[in-house]
Write a protein that binds this ligand. Sequence first.
Ligand SMILES: Nc1ncnc2c1ncn2[C@@H]1O[C@H](COP(=O)(O)OP(=O)(O)OP(=O)(O)O)[C@@H](O)[C@H]1O
Length: 703
Amino acid sequence: MAEGRMKADEEAPPSPGLGGSAICCREVCRSYGELKVLSNLNLTVPQGHIYGLLGPSGCGKTTLLKCIVGTLKISRGHISVLGKPPAFPGHQVPGRMVGYMPQDLALYNEFTISDTLTFFGRIHGLSSKDTQARMDFLVDFLDLPQKSKLVRNLSGGQKRRVSLGAALLQNPQLLILDEPTVGVDPVLRAKIWQHLVEIVKTGKVSVVITTHYIEEARQANVVGLMRNGQLLAEGHPETMMKQHNAPTLEKAFLQLCETSDQVGSKDSTSPLGGVLESRQSFESGREESQPILGAGPGPVEELPKYSADWKVRVKHVMPKWRNIAALMIKTMVRMKRMPGSMCFQFLLPVIQISLMCLCIGGDPKGIQVAVVNNETSSSSFSQSLLSFLDNSSVQQVNLSHAEAFAGAYNGEYWAVIGFGKNFTSYLTKRVIQRQVSKEVVDGGSVHVWLDLTNQQIAMMLQKKLADALEMHGVLGGKYSTDYFSLSRFSFQFEEPIYGSMNSDFTTFVTPGAVLSITFYLAVGLTALSFVIERKEGLMDRCWVAGVSSLETVLAHLISQLFVISIQVILLLLLMLLVFKIPNEGSLVLVIALIVLQGLTGISFGLVISSAIDDEQNANQAALGIFYPNLIVSGIIWPVECIPYPLRYISLALPQTYASEALRCIMYRGWGLSRMMVWRGFAVTLGWNTFFLVLATVILKLRT
Ligand SMILES: Nc1ncnc2c1ncn2[C@@H]1O[C@H](COP(=O)(O)OP(=O)(O)OP(=O)(O)O)[C@@H](O)[C@H]1O
């Protein structure tokens, strides 16, 4: 086994850095906003050495490691890793040359141990045979449980060992390990150190390790003691102890801190507690501690000039299919392992659109109205008119005048309908005679008192009453020139040009609702998944392995395209076949527009997740934008009702023209030659491109 390990380790080609060092940091500064974390930091990791980076919590160790692996940009200074600055075009840092174990576990919980190592093997371009061989070695070496065990079911210590395994997988030339021994038992801790000592013996592998167990760092070839964003000293552990006359490394470190504090109080102008800035670097070859305290300025180093061919630069920015495929397989495997979440993703739009078709736009049912009919004859016009009232919508309750109004004021009835006792005779007079008295007009009218607190119900009641009056006029035969229906019969409504006589509010609202549902589900899923991945350190880990932000975005887009396609198929089947929403136009255009809106939702989700760091804020951003957009986009009420300044905003939103385009395709049967259709596609594509560019830029700026 050891032989196999050595052989694998020997395969890594040597890569001399600045002055033979694996890592060289000069005058490195990095801040988080106002907080200056690294301040003129100088550090040198000699090639083929283990470098123990020690320091109190919060002194900037993790920040420094992130700068070294290229996931964080430095504000000032210079870093060279294995010969070139991190992320330099064509350089494999981040990439295969570096193995990174972040402080967070940074593992996919739904993966098995085998999935985890296979995933990183794919990204590093290892053949499945090589990955398998390394996996067998690492499972044995790190004393891992069965490869088929889910990460979610591992203990904390086991997870850390899997994380370490992922960093060791490709036999990198540089290992960056951020507290790899936390939660690991002493026997295995010793084994890990033994392995590190062994791999650096070849001189081709270098290791930087941070640890809270200061004493274990005595096995390192060099230790760097860091405080307040600067390196106090770096050198061989034994030399450092000897120099400070300390029996342990911890005591030597304490003494250094005290001295640094004393110097700091004397020199208040010196930054960060007065730690002196210049120091001799370790790379001078002296295996001695090089305390910076009291040291004079070090030799001025000539920084090398780096250049890369344009072809290399182009290749560097071009997305790699290998990485995209690995990320897509990862998404699919995770979905397979979370069947509940997968069903939720596929069925949620279907449930939402079903609820919308069932609950929005239909006629109210069982609306109770109080009827006060003072006519007693069963052949009276009032009785005949009431018999034409749609009974499924309007439930008539016959009451006395006092009971009816008491009930209406009590909220039991939506209206009171009243007929005078001479309604039939007065109505006849009104129809027959040219001129009648006010008393006849009053007595021959149906009196209606409405509860107008719910406009939809009141409007429906008015329409039902008008319909009943019209039916009464037509079917009653005698009074086709009836005074009441005269105005209605002046218009003859012919077959509609577009749409049908039965068009209701549901027909209007469905296209916009479908686009909105597809858009916001995509926003929610994307924003959350990226924010969680970043929070758990998974994104950083993938980037250190060589995945670019463009590849991450593309892989997510393609795998979500698959999810959206299934969602759209289910949505359309339900809409067209079950709820019989008409479609006069091309189904291809309908699908294309809905899918494009879904992709725009993904892009917008990417913007949220690249700009926001925690789930709660990401959720708030997605939800906060949902309602204003729904209201202003003319999805639930026509844009024509929006007051003018706001209407211009409405027209610029991603779903306003798109909803109109979908309505034109579905209800008017229009194609792309019509402006109202292509405009919907153009606006959607425009927003999509804008969101994608914005997300990529934010991701780049935030590293
Ligand atoms: N993303 C961030 N935004 C703002 N401040 C940050 C961020 N990350 C780290 N910091 C701050 O930078 C400082 C250094 O953090 P860093 O994680 O580098 O320390 P560390 O030495 O690795 O600590 P530990 O040993 O506890 O892991 C801390 O004060 C921390 O609060």
